[in-house]
Design a protein around this ligand. Structure first.
Ligand code: SER
Length: 313
């Protein structure tokens, strides 16, 4: 970290951005972290905020210059379930947004970029247990295809133009501060709210659908960790596998029952089941551990206890 660091977070009011901005501001100072989203939100009351559409390259350039930004975190994207409903728009948004930011670094206007990838880059032919970093990747969702293509472009810009881009393949993310939007793993957040509000939850995935997940504090730690790592330690410039823990709806329901004894869950799988079926069950993140010291703090038990404690407040 340098005192001259000025950060722009694009898509800052979403599930990850909400928490990331708070954490970055604690580290870099409120005025050195500019939040931005496609429309104004309450975040604008907390510090510098810009309204910007990630498709607007000229607008992003103008903001970057005005705030003397040197690092960009690009979080604006359409997630897996929403992308299936509007494939062309999702492809355009997810790809053009990435190019707009990669090109800023190619032109040396910014120094460093963070862009998230996802477990959605894997597909039905990928080994699903302890999925390795380098393996068969045949994503079968629009979202996964855009993330895989994005990974290839990140590595290309690094090799060809020396662009310092860093990326993580997030699993499903669980947090209490913000709501998820349009993903297949969203149930793992909704289930907590429903357990505490109504004592029951109808899950859109079947009971034994195991997916890789992570508690938000770990996701933020990994994100800031890879961005602060020395450049030579970041050896993978497509995107790193990142593991937290894995569970099925049935398993998390049992854990929640420890705090809400009468909690009941029912299952009504919808189109998201097919997406979940194509994704890994667990992830091997040995490369992230080796290269820049990745280690998660939370497991299913400690995450559940922390979620319940905070949501009850
Ligand atoms: N949580 C995301 C989704 O479900 C995966 O990256 O779409």
């Amino acid at each position: 970290m340098r005192t001259s660091d000025k950060i722009l977070v694009i898509g800052s009011s979403g599930q990850i951005g909400t928490e990331l901005v708070q954490n970055l501001r604690e580290i870099y100072g409120i005025d050195n972290v500019v939040a931005s989203d496609v429309k104004i939100t309450d975040q604008a009351k907390e510090g510098p905020f810009e309204v910007i559409d990630v498709m607007n390259a000229q607008g992003i350039l103008e903001i970057v210059k005005r705030h003397k930004i040197n690092q960009v975190y690009l979080l604006a994207a359409l997630l897996s379930a929403t992308a299936e409903k509007m494939p062309k728009f999702a492809w355009d948004l997810n790809m053009q947004g990435l190019f707009n930011v990669l090109d800023l670094a190619k032109e040396k206007i910014v120094e460093k970029i963070y862009w998230p990838s996802s477990i959605a880059v894997f597909g039905p032919n990928t080994p699903s247990e302890n999925t390795p970093q380098f393996t068969i990747m045949e994503p079968s969702t629009v979202y996964g295809i855009s993330k895989q293509a994005g990974e290839r472009w990140c590595e290309y810009y690094f090799k060809k133009f020396g662009v310092d881009v860093r990326s993580l393949r997030y699993p499903g993310l669980i947090g209490w501060k913000s709501a998820p939007g349009g993903g297949t793993t969203d149930y793992a957040v909704h289930i907590f709210h429903e357990a505490l509000i109504s004592g029951s939850y109808e899950c859109f995935l079947s009971e034994n659908t195991t997916l890789p997940m992570m508690y938000m504090p770990d996701a933020i730690k990994a994100t800031i960790g890879i961005m602060q790592a020395d450049s030579d330690k970041v050896k993978i410039r497509s995107s790193y596998n990142l593991s937290g823990f894995s569970f099925s709806p049935k398993e998390i329901a049992l854990e929640i029952k420890k705090y809400v004894p009468n909690f009941s869950i029912s299952y009504k799988p919808d189109s998201r089941q097919q997406i979940a079926n194509s994704w890994p069950k667990s992830i091997d993140s040995i490369e992230a551990s080796k290269d820049w010291g990745w280690k998660p703090d939370y497991d299913l038990i400690s995450m559940t206890s922390d979620m319940i404690k905070n949501l009850k407040k």
